[in-house]
Design a protein around this ligand. Structure first.
Ligand code: ADP
Ligand code: ZN
Length: 216
């Protein structure tokens, strides 16, 4: 049973790390970005509201995020196995709301992993990112470092790859700015709680995996 948070700028490779962490530690992977994208594709009210913000690279307002997340943590899989939070918390007030929630349940975060990658590298990765359109798969490719065998097709499941609406230069630059302003302060917040470990993102995926394993 582990309760984990993964922090890092958008495009730092958090999502790829989450894939193996969720398997190895048998914890549900809870990505607020994925939850919003699912709502958008299903055309829900929440999805419609969230999309306006996401397409601009802005954060979805806290009141739309916090209840959504805490009610997800109340589900039995999280209660029994712990969780891996990806994309939440993203602001100090979300972190505080999460702390209050955890305290009210008498539980704590075991580890916060901060993946550290510089902005220039993130921009290059985001513009080269392709995502599998199959919601059961969601494999991530990179046209520069890790292209699919057949262009535009997922190696794993054969579904078409797509470029996320928010993976364009303007939106990425905006997301990075928002990250530095709103999310970076969480590093200090969790450092002070004594649960933070920073891992430098490596060029090779496997090297980052090894460092994250050590840190958990
Ligand atoms: P990335 O994979 O690039 O880090 P995510 O998939 O986590 O991005 O999130 C995509 C978008 O969803 C964000 O830019 C933001 O608009 C919205 N979002 C996701 N999580 C949160 C959150 N905790 N608070 C506010 N907005 C969020
Ligand atoms: Zn796929």
């Amino acid at each position: 049973m582990k309760r984990l948070i993964i922090l890092g700028a958008p495009g730092s490779g958090k999502g790829s790390q989450c894939k193996w962490i969720t398997k190895d530690y048998n914890v549900p992977h809870i990505s607020t970005g994925d939850i919003f994208r699912k709502n958008i594709s299903e055309g829900t009210e929440l999805g419609k509201k969230a999309k306006e913000y996401m397409d601009k690279g802005a954060l979805v307002p806290d009141e739309l995020v916090i209840d959504l997340l805490t009610s997800r943590l109340d589900e039995p899989d999280c209660v029994e196995n712990g969780f891996l939070l990806d994309g939440f918390p993203r602001t100090l007030s979300q972190a505080e709301a999460l702390s209050n929630y955890l305290t009210s349940k008498g539980i704590q975060i075991d580890r916060v992993i901060n993946i550290d990658v510089d902005d220039e590298e993130i921009m290059s990765r985001a513009l080269n990112r392709r995502t599998c359109s199959n919601p059961e798969c969601k494999e991530i490719y990179n046209m520069r470092d890790n292209p699919p065998k057949v262009e535009g097709i997922c190696d794993k499941c054969g579904a078409p790859l797509f470029i996320r609406d928010d993976d364009n230069e303007e939106t990425v630059a905006n997301r990075l700015r928002v990250y530095h302003e709103q999310t970076e302060p969480l590093i200090k917040y969790y450092e002070e709680l004594g649960v933070l470990r920073t891992v430098k993102g490596q060029q090779e995926f496997a090297d980052t995996v090894a460092l994250v394993k050590e840190a958990i």
